[in-house]
Ligand binder design. Structure first.
Ligand SMILES: Cc1cc2nc3c(=O)[nH]c(=O)nc-3n(C[C@H](O)[C@H](O)[C@H](O)COP(=O)(O)OP(=O)(O)OC[C@H]3O[C@@H](n4cnc5c(N)ncnc54)[C@H](O)[C@@H]3O)c2cc1C
Length: 477
């Protein structure tokens, strides 16, 4: 299995198609290392006894593989992925970064099978070959699903500029040429491979948008405009100071994709597969959220409890009630993911599909509550996260001792611990990356409205109406 070091070496050799502040940078740029480090962690943790059982999967063809390259074959696979995601997020302070790639691969395992069965085109054969490459090489992937979308009220084929959704502009014997842009693509600048999927349901006029493929991150014609955030400490080191985020606006500037990497080619009649791919990726991704969001919420819970303890208010009634609120969200979302796994069904391709309603209600509950969770944290922390003096002043020889005297709360808690706590609270509540995490908590995996659509689609409302009729005496059965 690949080590973190091997992954980083390979990453640093990639062509510099990552653009930050107008300049092409190599992938060893310091601004990318926080997220590259998390990717490396997911590779290295296979040898940690605490993670080994969750991370290692026995594959009949290739022996032991990393779970982030696994296609779910059982309920246990889904449960372990959820638990693994939660556990790793506790270490990274938020995102595991590897779920997008493997969620996309699981969706493709189903769609390529369906498309090959129905059209006779060899999409599943290509996918299986590509999956072999993934599993043998322990590939770190990302998923580019979200198109830039132009005018939201218009369908892809109705846009003034047809490129506002990524599409095939040329079919060649040896592949396709694609044009368009995907945005908000997490971690793509530190991924070895980018999986590209359609973003929505498509109509018969929109076959050219039903395109799914994979490219190495530094493929010709692919440009990544990258926003990187981190919050390094200057005067001391701590795990949360190493956390960061890397988001990407990816432009596919008439990129040629060879046939063996095309899993849905935008051919006549393929629009329906495009829509199913979008739904399936969203489903797997929302199941992943039932692992990472409980971790985010428990991190907020931990900080809420700690700041209350340091301030001497932990046992106050309103504080206890707010902590109970946080715990209820984390564990209900986690429970929804467990239920989704236990009621999963096996697709004809052999891949397990988690239950659509449980996945979506879990993700919706997490998304709806995220800003409320931050509100609780901000409430219990008071105003200091927003006004905390800079590290340089806190550690300054002259003014530092005075700040250390006046920052004190409970007598037995050293001033430096209070400063360190508030420095991280400031990151969570007041920094650029805190803002990114909050928006991700709401929109990542789809806006709340999209979850409602999926919930209503998956739920048997007619059955509930029948129950109402029976109870009201409108019918006898
Ligand atoms: C930090 C972060 C990380 C992300 N990571 C990834 C990733 O790795 N890969 C990926 O593919 N995507 C990723 N996403 C994208 C995410 O899935 C989208 O942000 C989400 O689907 C919303 O799309 P949008 O941002 O274009 O907002 P919009 O679609 O513009 O939504 C804004 C509002 O408009 C409403 N709206 C939009 N269209 C319509 C309509 N036709 N009718 C009525 N209302 C409408 C929505 O319901 C919402 O209320 C990420 C997002 C964030 C914030």
């Amino acid at each position: 299995m690949k080590t973190g070091e091997e992954y980083l070496q390979r990453l640093y050799e990639m062509k510099p198609n990552v653009i930050i502040d107008g300049k092409n940078v190599k992938r060893d740029d310091p601004r990318l290392q926080a997220v590259a480090g998390v990717m490396a962690l997911t590779l290295d943790k296979v040898n940690d006894p605490e993670f080994e059982e969750l991370l290692k999967v026995e594959n009949p063809e290739f022996g032991t593989i990393n779970r982030f390259t696994n296609i779910h074959q059982s309920i246990d696979d889904l449960l372990k992925k959820q638990e693994l995601t939660r556990k790793i997020c506790r270490l990274t302070g938020g995102c595991v970064f590897r779920c997008m790639g493997i969620d996309a691969m699981n969706a493709l395992s189903i769609i390529t099978h369906r498309a090959e069965t129905m059209t006779g085109r060899p999409y599943n054969q290509r996918f299986k070959k590509y999956l072999k490459y993934w599993q043998e090489n322990d590939i770190v992937g990302s998923c580019a699903q979200t198109d830039v979308k132009g005018n939201r009220a218009l369908r892809p084929h109705e846009q003034a500029d047809p490129d506002l959704y990524l599409r095939v502009i040329e079919h060649r014997d040896d592949g396709i040429v694609v044009r368009g842009a995907k945005n908000h693509i997490t971690a793509a600048a530190v991924a070895e491979e980018i999986i590209v999927l359609p973003t929505r349901m498509l109509t018969p006029e929109e076959d050219e948008y039903a395109v799914a493929f994979a490219v190495p991150g530094d493929w010709d014609g692919v440009k990544l405009v990258t926003r990187a955030s981190s919050h390094k400490r200057e005067y001391y080191s701590c795990p949360s100071g190493e956390f960061g985020d890397v988001e990407n606006f990816i432009i596919f500037d008439d990129a040629f994709i060879p046939n063996d990497r095309v899993f849905l080619g935008g051919l006549e009649g393929e629009h329906a597969f495009g829509g199913w791919t979008a739904l399936l990726f969203a489903l797997y991704h929302r199941h992943s959220y039932t692992g990472c969001k409980p971790a985010s919420t428990e991190i907020i819970t931990g900080f809420s409890a700690l700041v209350s303890e340091y301030s001497g208010i932990e046992d106050k009634k309103h504080v206890q009630s707010k902590l109970a609120d946080l715990i209820s969200v984390a564990e209900l979302v986690y429970a929804a993911g467990i239920a989704a796994a236990h009621t999963a069904t096996r697709d004809e391709s052999g891949t397990m599909i988690p239950d659509i309603v449980f996945c979506n209600v879990g993700r919706k509950h997490a998304g709806k509550n995220y800003y409320h969770e931050l509100e609780i944290l901000a409430d219990l922390a008071g105003g200091l996260p927003a006004t905390l003096p800079h590290e340089k002043d806190f550690y300054d020889e002259t003014i530092g001792p005075l700040l250390q005297k006046y920052i004190k709360r409970k007598e037995d808690v050293p001033a430096e611990d209070i400063y360190k706590l508030y420095r991280t609270l400031s990151d969570m509540l007041c920094s650029s990356i805190g803002g990114v995490t909050a928006v991700a908590g709401l929109h990542g995996g789809g806006s709340p409205q999209m979850e409602d659509v999926a919930i209503l689609k998956g739920y048997d409302l007619e059955l509930r109406k029948k129950i109402a009729k029976y109870l009201a005496g409108i019918c006898d059965e």
